[in-house]
Design a protein around this ligand. Sequence first.
Ligand SMILES: Cc1cc2nc3c(=O)[nH]c(=O)nc-3n(C[C@H](O)[C@H](O)[C@H](O)COP(=O)(O)OP(=O)(O)OC[C@H]3O[C@@H](n4cnc5c(N)ncnc54)[C@H](O)[C@@H]3O)c2cc1C
Length: 468
Amino acid sequence: MILHQNSGKSVTVIGGGVAGMSAACALAEAGLRVQLVEGRRFLGGRASSYLHPGVQEVIDNCQHALFGCCTNQLGFYRRIGVEQKIHWTREMTMIEPGGRRSLLGPSCLPAPLHDVPRLLSAHAFTLADKLALGRAICALLRPIPADSTESLGDWLRRHKQTKGALNRFWRLVIASALNAELDSIALPYAAMVIRGLFLNSAEAGRMGMSTVPLSELYAGADDFLKARGGGVLLSTRVEGATWNEAVAQWTVQTSSGDLRSDFVIVALPFEATAKLLSHMPPVEGAEALAEQLARFEHWPICSVHLWFDREITELEHAVLLDREIHWMYNQSRLQTGRGGHYLELVVSASRSFAALERKAAIELALAELADFFPRVKKAKLEKFALVKEVRATFGVPPGIDAARPTAISPWPNCFLAGDWTATGWPSTMESAARSGHLAAEAICKMIGEPRTILDPDLKPQGWMRWIR
Ligand SMILES: Cc1cc2nc3c(=O)[nH]c(=O)nc-3n(C[C@H](O)[C@H](O)[C@H](O)COP(=O)(O)OP(=O)(O)OC[C@H]3O[C@@H](n4cnc5c(N)ncnc54)[C@H](O)[C@@H]3O)c2cc1C
């Protein structure tokens, strides 16, 4: 079967994650005819939701948080008209075992001081922790060379961080945002997270969560493409692609037939891109790309989904200190119309938790949850699910930037996207959205209709305007 894409310039976007969707929608808006091809039954990739057969509930594969500084992800949401489905918060509650709480969040002081008053009054940190954190964060106000080969772990040792600062801030908040261990994080990425979330402005650091399951959010992308003469092919795996020089067109071989188009965007995770390379035409540069791809490493994220017979906490979300479980999200409060008493617990960057058997993982999670919320002991657990995403994110160790290719591929009329490409961002939905926008910009430039698609960064506020 040949599925023709008929008028104007056409593009096949391979992979319906945030990168593929962002690229596809931006190109459709620019007037190209776009076919988005996704192997699974639903859009979203590593940030998606589905009906879990064990609990008969639609759940996200994991809670996905975004921040005010994620301008391209927000640009994508605005484009498809779903930005009002994001719930924003400026506060973060840290809870110690035993239940004592500390509330972090902005004050009316100018950036970068806006978060300082609440940090100073937080019970979660001793005076020595606060002094150590203050010293380190001030040091990060100085520019960090982008090619620094130092790891965050080494840098923290040099800056004499206390145990409390290490465990309760650097490990839990920063390493968990980057989903890796401290020694496996390149310093510039850690500095970028600190600046983005805590220093540049209160707006940049606000946290957003979807009020609907993630794949429901992306229904907007499907409608957007269809309304502009494009479409989405679900349950369609791409198996290879060939380039016809004579007509300057690609033929993409899929499990549902061949697709012809003028351009192709490969918006797959790094390992799926590596697999596809051997089914693409041989070309100079493909081997070097394969070598770059081989340098990426995965880190896991696990989520435990628990339904109780009663409310466990009135909090929407919290950071849980000193335990294996890191984050609690009260989905019954966060998601519209959810009902019941559904909590989701997230464990980042823990290969030991990911290796646990299901029963052991649930028992550990429940026992730890009770250390923070005593109501768990009296509550009845009605149902539960454990989602282990072993290939959740790629690590950003020192030197990783040399392995991240730009949108330009070794093949003619073929572009690369995906969170792992050279966006300057760690493995996040923002990186994926940026990569999609960069690939779309490259195609518009190539057809002689250049336009700016990449959404600009938020401008630093307060005194941060003068601190570079
Ligand atoms: C558990 C977990 C928690 C996370 N938490 C956060 C968070 O809180 N905040 C945040 O910003 N980021 C988070 N991330 C990271 C974020 O999900 C990813 O960085 C982002 O979604 C990557 O998007 P992508 O489009 O680059 O890749 P993907 O989402 O992997 O999309 C690629 C798509 O290609 C499809 N595909 C693969 N092979 C083929 C083929 N041969 N043919 C057709 N289709 C194919 C896949 O099915 C997939 O849909 C988390 C990730 C996980 C897994």
